[in-house]
Design a protein around this ligand. Structure first.
Ligand code: C2E
Ligand code: MG
Ligand code: MG
Length: 410
């Protein structure tokens, strides 16, 4: 479809809709025969969902646009979006393996959201980002509020450019405790951004923007270097060796040479590989299975530990636990929150712990906030815990103080 052509059907119909789909078939490395086959299957399903009068086109990468010239009401686009979500949710058989994708769909409607192709596409694209932010696998319409959001996003991205050089980022560290002995065994490095005008911006707000803009690559590299430097500074100050856990975004897995970064950072900082842990979410594994397994194996070969963050929230096949060289599962805090009161959450937590141990994986519970949760986890044989019950994430100096004063419960 010509990108800047006017919405030709406007003369015939009062409404024309543009649907922008980001199908994320990056479950496999792009530009490989397998990726091409996956894209072909996605394109076939999209075509099967549409009518002869609709146009399906691929804009490049994993992004498709559908133009529906004949809709009666904006809600018609939602019907198609739902049909597409259901069609794309079916597994894909590629090279004898089953793959899943998580599409995000944005909808813009003429005349409400613009009347030329370029405005409709731009607005459908903005709506797609909202769908992504809302957890993927859903569709969103473009609205004025959304436009305001897009502007805010852009402002955040601009503010983030140069933030590293201006030294606006810092790391806080949250203790991780061994449940059997009560000793402090590690810390998780958590990124903080203080902008001179915006103030403290929460990571949940700026990290998705950093990921979409690619800024997460230099920022993530800084996080790793700073965390390793800090770990060595604590050792130099006479504190015992503990594990330093660092969050790594899926974008870093796909777009930068993570293995090289990790190995150079270890050499430069002097930190032992076994004292570093990389945390990543299940979705990273699911979105780039082949590429991710190769990267993880190389990181593992360096001697670095690997943990799956927010475990239990991604809808994924448990088969990956066998395929990937994982050391630890971090049970998502949503399950821990009600584990002492809700039998269903308690059952999920005990099942995860039992499964992890059968697979010889360690388990850490995140978001532990009460003594009841702690007792429950200890009874279930959970290895480690992290949460406000012990401490909020703290600046490096406060961690050092907390650590020196740490008393193992008798
Ligand atoms: P996460 O990796 O799952 O980190 C745990 C989050 O839970 C942290 O939020 C932490 O402050 C919070 N938390 C810990 N204990 C409790 C508790 O008892 N109760 C409650 N309500 N919350 C608790 P934070 O620091 O806001 O980070 C949010 C997310 O941002 C992180 O989730 C992680 O996904 C991401 N993030 C943070 N730093 C980095 C980073 O350096 N790189 C990347 N790629 N992502 C990061
Ligand atoms: Mg984490
Ligand atoms: Mg987490």
């Amino acid at each position: 479809m010509p990108r800047h052509a006017p919405c030709a059907t406007r003369r015939h119909s009062p409404r024309c809709s543009s649907i922008w789909i980001n199908s994320r078939p990056s479950t496999i490395r792009s530009a490989t025969p397998a990726a091409t086959r996956l894209l072909q299957q996605v394109a076939e399903r999209l075509t099967d969902c549409t009518r002869a009068s609709d146009t399906v086109s691929r804009l490049g990468g994993d992004e498709f646009v559908i133009v529906m010239p004949k809709i009666r009401a904006p809600a018609d686009a939602a019907l198609l979006a739902e049909k597409i979500l259901a069609a794309l949710a079916q597994p894909y058989a590629i090279d004898g393996r089953e793959l899943h994708i998580t599409p995000s769909i944005g909808v813009a409607v003429c005349p409400d959201d613009g009347c030329d192709a370029s405005a409709l596409i731009q607005h459908a694209d903005a709506a797609m980002y909202l769908a992504k932010d809302s957890g993927r696998n859903n569709y969103q319409y473009f609205t004025t509020a959304l436009n305001a959001r897009a502007v805010e996003r852009l402002a955040l991205e601009n503010a983030m450019r140069g933030a590293l050089q201006r030294r606006e980022f810092s790391l806080h560290y949250q203790p991780q405790v061994d449940l059997a002995s009560g000793t402090l065994v590690g810390v998780e490095a958590l990124l903080r951004w203080r902008h001179p005008e915006l103030g403290q911006v929460p990571p949940d707000r700026f990290i998705p923007v950093a990921e979409d803009s690619g800024l997460i690559n230099p920022i993530g590299a800084w996080v790793l270097q700073e965390a390793c430097r800090q770990a060595m500074a604590w050792q130099a100050a006479g504190l015992p060796r503990i594990l330093m856990a660092v969050n790594v975004s899926g974008v870093q897995f796909r777009h930068s040479d993570l293995v090289e970064l990790v190995s150079v950072t270890l050499v430069e900082s002097g930190l032992a590989a076994g004292d570093l842990e990389i945390e990543m979410t299940e979705s990273v594994l699911m979105q780039g299975a082949d590429a991710a397994v190769a990267v993880l194996r190389q990181i593992k070969a360096l001697g670095v530990q690997i943990a799956i963050d927010d475990f239990g929230t991604g809808y994924s096949s448990l088969g990956y636990l066998k395929r990937f060289p994982i050391d630890k599962l971090k049970i998502d805090r949503a399950f821990i929150r009600d584990s002492a009161s809700d039998p269903d959450d308690a059952a999920i937590v005990s099942a995860i712990i039992a499964m992890a141990h059968r697979l010889r994986l360690k388990v850490i519970a995140e978001g532990v906030g009460t003594v009841e949760q702690l007792h429950f986890l200890r009874n279930e044989g959970c290895d480690e815990a992290q949460g406000y019950y012990y401490s909020k994430p703290l600046p490096a100096e406060d961690v050092e103080r907390l650590w020196r004063e740490w008393r193992v419960p008798s």
